[in-house]
Ligand binder design. Structure first.
Ligand code: ATP
Length: 367
């Protein structure tokens, strides 16, 4: 859960009832359909969703490269519709880095400051500071067509951070890097955000990246924000099927809702077992609902449990084992169990097993 202090933080950027339509008439496309989000100061905020959901469009609206069809972008509470991109205290790091290849690392970092007409002495000092921040001091005089992808990424970050923007927009900045470098840069970005105190708005379609880096995440699909919350909220308390499905692995079960009070539901599974589940925000009472249970919140047992079935597959992953169970009731259910050094999971294909769902592990979805 979010600490109370975080909830008191001031809002840096707000998108209010944003609609963005491309084109006119029957071929018109609604890239953003009534999107409202409030991004707080000093927050690492991530827009997460599949390709085409509108992440980049929202980023471009904040930067000022596009204008909303309806709604407003507010910075520190004021509508910035009248501010062209270069007058907004907002910078963008693009996936392609967009460095000037014929300039050195230092010259690239200095570029924005020169455009702003800052004094020479100040620029030199700031460039030195940025070089240190991104650990590129030793490469200061290297041309940027002679550095690696990871180094180019650092230079692009330094260049964007140099004028000390209030907000830094990052559009899939790590997607061109190989896996190991990407993992390194994730930690590096988090450090940079923490050290500079600048609000980061980060775009990715990679759920793992979003979970590991963000203070809060907005999950988007088809031009709408489906849920906003901490990584913990999004993973553990998904509100909708789309969110639960997009983030990590999960099991869906149909259940009859027999009682509802104070955010808690009493539900009856198809097996007849009765369990208590938390209820997603915005849930409208109905007789039958979908509940989700993460695989690591259930375990296979030789007897008992709320569900029963037959082991269809056992997959060993080193740290844990995934057991796929064909339920007697219906469908396939995955259980993920920590491995111990002493013994294997103890189940084999064809075994009849029960599934025990941990207390508080089930969540009722709103749709
Ligand atoms: P990706 O991860 O693939 O970049 P995204 O979530 O960033 O996807 P957007 O680039 O915001 O998605 O695109 C949202 C929708 O708007 C897509 O259907 C896209 O084709 C459309 N779109 C974006 N820009 C334009 C434009 N200038 N003209 C017409 N349609 C556009």
């Amino acid at each position: 859960p979010e600490p109370a202090a975080a909830q008191d933080k001031r809002v840096a950027i707000e998108a209010r009832n944003i609609v963005k339509q491309f084109g006119e008439g029957p071929s018109a496309l609604r890239a953003l359909d009534n999107v409202s989000i409030a991004i707080r100061e000093n927050e690492f905020f991530t827009l997460l969703g599949p390709s085409g959901c509108g992440k980049t469009t929202l980023l471009r609206l904040i930067a000022g490269f596009e204008y909303p069809t309806e709604g407003a972008i507010l910075l520190d509470g004021a509508d910035i519709a009248g501010l062209p991109p270069f007058k907004r205290p907002i910078n963008t790091v693009f996936q392609s880095y967009a460095l000037f290849p014929h300039l050195t690392v230092s010259e690239n970092i200095a570029f924005g400051l020169q455009m702003l007409g800052r004094p020479k002495g100040e620029i030199a000092g700031r460039v030195a500071e940025m070089l240190k921040l991104v650990h590129m001091d030793e490469m200061a005089h290297r041309r940027t067509d002679q550095i690696s992808g990871g180094q180019a990424q650092r230079v692009a970050l330094a260049r964007a951070l140099a004028p000390a923007p209030k907000v830094l927009l990052l559009d899939e900045p790590l997607s061109a890097l190989d896996y190991k470098l990407r993992k390194e840069m994730q930690i590096e970005l988090k450090r940079l955000q923490h050290e500079t105190g600048i609000t980061f708005v980060f775009v990715t379609h990679d759920q793992e990246e979003a979970l590991t880096m963000s203070d809060r995440i907005a999950v988007m699909s088809k031009g709408k924000v489906r849920q906003v919350g901490s990584p913990w909220d999004i993973y553990d308390k998904p509100a909708e099927r789309f969110v639960a499905d997009f983030i990590g692995e999960t099991n869906f079960l149909t259940a009859a809702v027999t009682g509802l009070s104070n955010g808690v539901a009493h539900v009856t599974l198809k097996s007849g077992a009765q369990i208590v589940a938390t209820v997603a925000e915005g849930f409208q009472p109905k007789a039958e609902a979908t509940i989700v249970v993460r695989p690591e919140h259930a375990r296979a047992v030789p007897q008992g449990g709320q569900l029963s079935g037959t082991v269809e597959n056992v997959v060993y992953f080193g740290t844990d084992t995934h057991i796929h169970v064909r339920l007697a009731e219906d469908g396939l259910f995955t259980v993920r169990q920590q491995n111990s050094r002493a013994q294997s999971c103890g189940f084999a294909v064809g075994d009849r097993v029960g599934i025990e769902i941990a207390a508080d592990a089930a969540q009722v979805l709103r749709d």
